[in-house]
Design a protein around this ligand. Structure first.
Ligand SMILES: Nc1nc2c(ncn2[C@@H]2O[C@H](COP(=O)(O)OP(=O)(O)OP(=O)(O)O)[C@@H](O)[C@H]2O)c(=O)[nH]1
Ligand SMILES: [Mg+2]
Length: 281
């Protein structure tokens, strides 16, 4: 896996664990061109640091995960291509390094999701406010992937593309008796777009707390963890990421006070010397 990068193009993990996908290799070459200088600088100065905390973006394809991350890290809204595998940025927040992982929403990469979530301090579950199904997918397809995250992992529910939402459309759905609520089973009128109401996101947040067996009073309030954003205009994008950074820092401090993680550092592992009886003795 390559070292982290603080700005510019995201880093793309090496092939380990990602399989030999041709598209991925093509993309990796592209990224290498753009990020090579940064990674060489990091390597030669010997200053590459392990991230202190990890945040992962999950959600269906096309909801705008990559665009949100690029809006925050690069302050722009460039054209994107559908993500292959995953990539990460490194953000320095105060004196901490936080890695922010962008993942692929496409079904064919679904299996990788739980790998990216491993050890995550926060997960951003992203949907498109104009497509109810993308919110439903968060519960049905993506929530289970977060089982590998930290036990005290935070969850943010993010409805993106608010710039495309037609004024009053959500209200008119209710007036027509075609509320697109989570339990409606997709029977909303075909005439009105199935937009997502903020209450639907709050309902999902509460379901997540139940799924994680967390008491509502011990977890951050739904109002604090449900956001509506636009990667295009930048609406609420800084608020989203910086709210999470502020919440992740105390988790990092808590972890540090509890001592080193119970993992094995294979780079410092020295195999025991062979005995005369052979390797299995
Ligand atoms: N109008 C509008 N378009 C957006 C916004 N965010 C993303 N898009 C567009 O939506 C499309 C998909 O955006 P991506 O950021 O690539 O979506 P993604 O979730 O990363 O998709 P995958 O990588 O396939 O999982 C692109 O055409 C973006 O330009 C937004 O806030 N407003
Ligand atoms: Mg993407």
């Amino acid at each position: 896996m390559p070292g982290p990068r603080e700005s510019g193009s995201p880093r793309v993990p090496g092939p380990s664990g990602l399989g030999g996908c041709g598209r991925l290799l093509r993309l990796r070459r592209g990224h290498t061109d753009r990020t090579g200088a940064g990674s060489r600088r990091g390597a030669s100065s010997g200053k590459m640091r392990k991230p202190d905390g990890k945040i992962v973006l999950l959600g269906d394809m096309n909801v705008g995960k990559t665009s949100l991350l690029q809006r925050y890290m690069e302050r722009r809204f460039p054209d994107t291509v559908s993500t292959v595998g995953g990539a990460f940025y490194l953000k320095q927040w105060r004196s901490y390094n936080i890695s922010i992982w962008d993942t692929a929403g496409r079904e064919q990469f679904h299996g990788l999701g739980s790998m990216y979530c491993r050890g995550a301090a926060a997960v951003i579950l992203t949907y498109d406010v104009n497509h109810l199904q993308s919110l439903v997918e968060l519960e049905e397809r993506f929530l289970g992937l977060t089982d590998t995250a930290n036990a005290d992992c935070l969850f943010a529910i993010v409805g993106n593309k608010v710039d495309l939402r037609e004024e009053g459309a959500a209200e008119s759905q209710e007036e027509d008796g075609h509320s697109p609520g989570m339990a409606s089973g997709g029977c909303a009128s075909l005439k009105v777009p199935k937009q997502v109401r903020p209450e639907d996101a709050v309902a999902l947040y509460k379901k997540i707390l139940k799924y994680k067996m967390l008491d509502e009073k011990d977890a951050p309030a739904a109002e604090q963890m449900c956001f509506e954003t636009s990667a295009k205009t930048g609406h609420n994008v800084d608020l989203l990421f910086e709210t999470l950074f502020e919440m992740v820092v105390p988790m990092i401090l808590r972890q540090r006070s509890q001592g080193p993680a119970q993992t094995v550092d294979i780079t410092s592992y020295k195999p025991p010397g062979r005995t005369k009886a052979g390797c299995c003795a």
